[in-house]
Design a protein around this ligand. Structure first.
Ligand SMILES: [Zn+2]
Length: 322
């Protein structure tokens, strides 16, 4: 499937890199101005060092005048170092400032002749924002209400609330990996996934959030040419590339050989590229094995942390406590 981003997304990313360079140059200039206003003599020293250096370069090697110029340079450098120390100015106050050292904010790593990861990150963030994924009004873990789960034993001698508390703890600090959120309808799976999405967005990561029905519909419309718009293409690219993909309610989609092969492709590609994925589902692992091919279920079983909610539908208990 297509993994290209529209021209204007690339253009916006380049603009952001330009802006970064401009701001960093301003920061550097400000540091220099500050240093020179603290210690005005620094500017003179610099000019004198330069003059002497030119003299050394142009004069005869080993000449008397040349040697005294070299000595003068050493003296000036010592004076400069004293001044810097006295005014607590860092030695590299004139050095260029970069947000990304690897590409020096150009977006290209020249040594390797390829685009820098910081450029790719920007493109993903912009694409996610353009696709509306960043505008969602998402809940946060502070709103997660454990009192909605009761103390009935769920399984293995642990209560429903203990299971929910363990899930909360795991997801709150989740920084990467894959999660399968299981459990019946209305137990907080979507809510939990949305809280994780919120955390990722706060970290500046590109998140793609889709119900499985919507996701397969989009892929279908793209594949069969009904919707090849840039918007759709961009969303599809994000299904593969986003830092975090959330597939909500897997199992609710209309299953076909097409959805089967797409799901495998998405799960497998994201695993290989070490992208984070969360799947929420009403199915348990046995049902997943029954409904999906072994290559899909084995990848989920082997690479996803399975977290299960137990209880009665708590949405009626007003899950969204504000
Ligand atoms: Zn970079």
């Amino acid at each position: 499937m297509a993994r290209r981003y529209p021209e204007d997304v690339i253009y916006q990313a380049m603009n952001m890199l330009n802006k970064r360079r401009r701001l960093n140059e301003e920061t550097r200039q400000r540091r220099i101005d500050e240093a020179f206003s603290k210690a005005p003599r620094l500017r003179e020293i610099q000019a004198e060092i330069r003059k002497n250096q030119a003299f050394v370069m142009n004069g005869k090697p080993g000449s008397k005048a040349g040697i005294s110029a070299e000595k003068e340079i050493l003296k000036l450098r010592a004076e400069r170092d004293d001044l810097l120390k006295k005014h607590r100015i860092p030695k590299d106050f004139q050095a260029p400032v970069y947000t990304c050292e690897k590409c020096r904010d150009t977006g290209i790593v020249y040594m390797e002749n390829e685009y820098c990861s910081c450029r790719n990150e920007l493109i993903l963030q912009i694409a996610a924002r353009n696709s509306g994924f960043a505008d969602m009004d998402l809940p946060s873990f502070e709103q997660f209400d454990l009192s909605l789960y009761d103390d009935e034993i769920a399984t293995l001698g642990k209560t429903r609330r203990q299971f929910a508390a363990a899930i909360l703890k795991y997801c709150k600090t989740f920084k990467g990996g894959n999660i399968l959120l299981c459990g019946g309808v209305g137990l907080g799976k979507t809510f939990t996934a949305e809280c994780v999405a919120n955390n990722f967005m706060k970290m500046g990561k590109a998140v793609c959030y889709l119900s499985s029905t919507r996701m397969f519909l989009m892929l279908d419309e793209y594949k069969f040419g009904q919707d090849t718009s840039q918007t759709n293409r961009q969303k599809i690219a994000l299904i593969y590339d986003s830092d975090l993909l959330i597939i909500d309610d897997l199992g609710a989609e209309f299953r076909s050989s097409f959805t089967e092969s797409m799901l495998f492709d998405i799960i497998n590609t994201r695993l290989m590229e070490r992208k984070n994925t969360i799947i929420s589902t009403n199915l348990d692992m046995d049902e997943i094995r029954e409904l999906y091919s072994p290559r899909i279920s084995s990848r989920i079983a082997g690479n996803y942390k399975c977290l299960t909610f137990y209880g009665d539908d708590i949405r009626t208990k007003k899950f969204h406590k504000k």
